[in-house]
Design a binder for this molecule. Structure first.
Ligand code: SF4
Length: 424
């Protein structure tokens, strides 16, 4: 069991670094208030075989206690954020929409009470809730919309019942369209669908049909993830026992290509390796992650990034529910600010974005970490440019930017790892 870390001193360091205690900008310097908040709701209908997120099967008996504890945690966290209006909130899980509408109403009221949501309320900011298609009801959508939620991310995964069975997902694919409609009727105008490809037994044609079906729903954002076999999941155990054959790599590459072709034709551009949107409908919250901005985290197993500190809240619900005088939840992981790690993170996530990396800023940071490191990174970039996987764009006068080419996107993680190996 991971050791518990007292959250009080960690949040005190964050406040100091943000200059919230009148102590200037503190040792890490230059950190403004956090503008994003992630909330984790851990309940699910059942545990899907491929999933490694923290979730527990909901018997509904702990929802009330959980919501009360979460509300207290949010109240405690509000002063750590710095007090400026939040620009993005993302509620993920688990299955957040399993929470009963009455408890959602309590949670939303507490959020409005504790944080400044004026930017979200004005429509400029973004408030996303992950939604399971089976749980969408007019009542719930009404409560969410009334509380400022303006974006839903609907977990479709596939429209083919046979593929859903392989994933051990038990929703009726017909309910995805219904959930999109109900969200629209409630006034939630940003609607996204998640799909998974490279499911064992899936064909290229089958994947194409899933994409077309999602497009036909009129969504303005789509996430398309390839199935990954995470350690310690039931699906990975079944793979090891030879119960099924994984999708061949060549087919997976074809599916990746078909995704871009089909979605681009439908007006959804790729802005991150696995994410597509009608221009202007990109997920602002996830962009904050990929741009290495700051965010507060609440709820079991949620991870936060504040003033260069990275931390994770305890996952086990029983531990999370325990009360503390300061209202915070215990942490199980904390990494203090580290300039080398921060640089590696910027490169890792920045390369996944179509906008790529600000080369000048990366090189300046690298030199500050260690003299000569900038030169090594520059040489690494040259290497990838020569093989046609990296593009340098500075012609528009906006400064040098490095982004992956179409061929390079296929190897995004491998290329990022090579850069990170140089960073050390
Ligand atoms: S519904 Fe989502 S979070 Fe819950 S077990 Fe399935 S994949 Fe994991």
């Amino acid at each position: 069991m991971p050791a518990r870390i007292d959250p009080g001193p960690v949040y005190a360091l964050v406040r100091e670094a943000m200059g919230l205690d009148g102590a200037g900008s503190g040792p890490t310097g230059g950190h403004g208030p956090a503008r994003s908040l992630y909330i984790h709701i851990p309940f699910c209908f059942h545990k899907c075989h491929y999933c490694d997120f923290y979730s527990i099967v909901d018997s509904r008996d702990r929802q009330k206690a959980f919501t009360a504890r979460l509300v207290r945690e949010l109240r405690a966290l509000a002063p750590v954020s710095g007090g400026l209006p939040l620009e993005t909130i993302f509620v993920g899980g688990g299955t957040p929409t399993l929470l009963e509408p009455g408890l959602w109403a309590e949670l939303l009221a507490a959020l409005h009470d504790a944080f400044d949501l004026s930017v979200i309320r004005s429509g400029v900011g973004e408030f996303t809730v992950e939604c399971n298609p089976e749980t969408a009801t007019p009542e719930l959508m009404g409560v969410l919309a009334g509380g400022g939620v303006n974006r839903v991310s609907i977990g479709a995964q596939s429209f083919d019942p046979a593929m859903l069975k392989v994933l051990e997902r038990w929703h009726d694919p017909e309910n995805v369209g219904r959930a999109v409609e109900l969200a629209g009727e409630a006034g939630i105008d940003r609607r996204s669908v998640d799909l998974i490809y490279a499911i064992p037994g899936q064909t290229l044609q089958g994947w194409g049909r899933d994409l077309e079906r999602a497009i036909s729903l009129g969504v303005t954002h789509l996430s398309a993830y390839n199935l990954t076999y995470e350690p310690n999941t039931a699906m990975t155990m079944r793979l090891k026992q030879g119960e099924f054959v994984p999708t061949p790599e060549e087919l997976e590459v074809e599916m990746f290509g078909l995704t871009r072709e089909t979605l681009t034709r439908a007006g959804l551009d790729r802005y991150e390796v696995s994410n597509y949107a009608v221009p202007g409908h990109e997920c602002a919250h996830n962009l904050a992650y990929w741009r290495q901005k700051q965010w507060i985290a609440a709820g079991p197993s949620a991870s936060g990034h504040l003033a260069g500190h990275r931390y994770k809240i305890v996952a086990r619900l029983g531990d999370y529910l325990q009360e503390r005088d300061d209202g915070f939840a215990p942490l199980v992981d904390h990494e203090a600010p580290d300039a080398r790690r921060a640089l590696a993170e910027i490169v890792m996530t920045g390369l996944r974005l179509r906008e790529g990396l600000d080369a000048q800023a990366v090189l300046a940071r690298a030199e500050a970490v260690e003299p000569g490191l900038g030169e090594r990174i520059e040489r690494e970039a040259e290497r990838w440019k020569r093989v046609g996987y990296l593009l340098e764009d500075g012609a528009s006068g906006g400064g040098r930017r490095w982004s992956l080419t179409e061929a390079g996107v296929l190897f995004a993680d491998g290329i990022a790892s090579e850069f990170i190996a140089r960073i050390g």
